[in-house]
Design a protein around this ligand. Sequence first.
Ligand code: NOJ
Length: 518
Amino acid sequence: MQEAWWRGAAIYQVYLRSFADGNGDGLGDLAGLRGRLDYLSKLGIDAIWLNPWYPSPMSDGGYDVADYRSIEPIFGTLAEAEKLIQEAHERDIKIIIDVVPNHSSDQSAWFQEALAAGPGSAARERFWFRPGREVDGGPPNDWQSIFGGPAWTRVPDGEWYLHLFAPEQPDFNWNSPAVREEFLDVLRFWLDRGVDGVRIDSAAVLIKDPDAEPDGLDPYTDRDGVHEIYREWRRVSDTYPGRFLIGEVWLPDQERFARYLRPDELHTAFNFDFLSCPWDPAALRRVIDDTLATHTPIGAPPTWVLSNHDVTRPVTRYGRPDTSFDHGDRKHGMTSDRDLGVRRARAAALLAMALPGGVYVYQGEELGLPEVEDIPDALLQDPIWARSGHTDRGRDGCRVPLPWAGDAPPYGYGGEPWLPQPADWGPLTVEAQEPDPSSMLNLYRTALRIRRDKLGDGTLTWLPLGEDVLAFTRDSGLTCVVNLGRQPVRLPEHQQICLASGAVDGGLLPSDTAVWLL
Ligand code: NOJ
């Protein structure tokens, strides 16, 4: 039997609002994406994951969904989405959508109905409504929102509702059979339209019990009941051959993480340990070994992720004195050595693409875009900025619209970008990078081409080249060597250098450089 395509796929994440603007309103859209499918085809990716594209007031960039069966008018129409799926398939590119089951928008029909129906109504049972504390009418418990501030908001009739994220994102009550049915139906709706995969937002926090006595477990993260939900989802997705589920599961405990990937649950999950790991050989080696040890026994392919729409861009992060990523401390404004960051990001890309399993590339990563750290306060859109009391500038810096061509904003993106693009992005445009064989774009193109043939799912064998070096051989015979030390290292015996992230001279691999050998 042919191996499932998603096991070793290279998946490109499109943050639609910032990808390409087809109608000139400054916001990326489906028309813009459809116009750039040939770019993605040439890049050599197997699939596109789109962040939520549903009608949304955009309080959290579309993760506040008002209607799960339609398309946000700013982005286009359902007919255009269907066209996109078809046009992508014609190019052998799969489409993965984003489903947000933990919460909806406060503007959704269900939440509006719940507000109107009042306390004790069936409509409120689909969310977490509670009376205030007996002593003073305050919030039912002391839970804090992941974006900052209390996780409860009071409505005019005196009840409070739960939102683990922004107040505009009320949490669903997954004890409600209506909620469970609704999402099974939403899954079928999109699978019937030909989508090839579903990314599940905030996948580990669906089950909660605000009334429970403390039991030593986290009150909402990774509660056991969540697995029954994914078993039901898997039963649905299994009736559509070739489709897969990927979970956004942030959990420090690898054993708990692996439970989501049991054969009757999710097919894959994002590897956030790898994404958060500092540029340090021992730490990376540990994460890679732990990842393989977690996935191999259950037969699930690992994923390798360097960035996404929630985290600091790699070229900025890897140029800082502290190269780790942590949601609790984004290190905004920490000095960053751009050249060093770019060198390491290039090497990290070759490492991620050589490891066994699937790889994710976040739009702009292939252009080496830096984090934009000087967006004026008044233009920041991420709810984290306001909810943190203006202490955390949030995630807008990695969401700035892409530069396609030209030497001044909007760099061929479309209308005036909804977040300002830096004045010095001319050399980073697709147009500028295309003719330069040593550009980041051409490194990604070549790597993805080689990867398709020689890498992806499978196993690796470590080579002992010293504690500063990560070196391994893959099933095809391709060897990846990454030098994370300060001194150049001698390459192992080889016939040919297939690809290098930087100059390799006289058989010596310089610091912060990776190479693929045959
Ligand atoms: C994770 C998403 O990636 C992030 O962008 C969003 O804010 C939260 N989930 C809440 O939906």
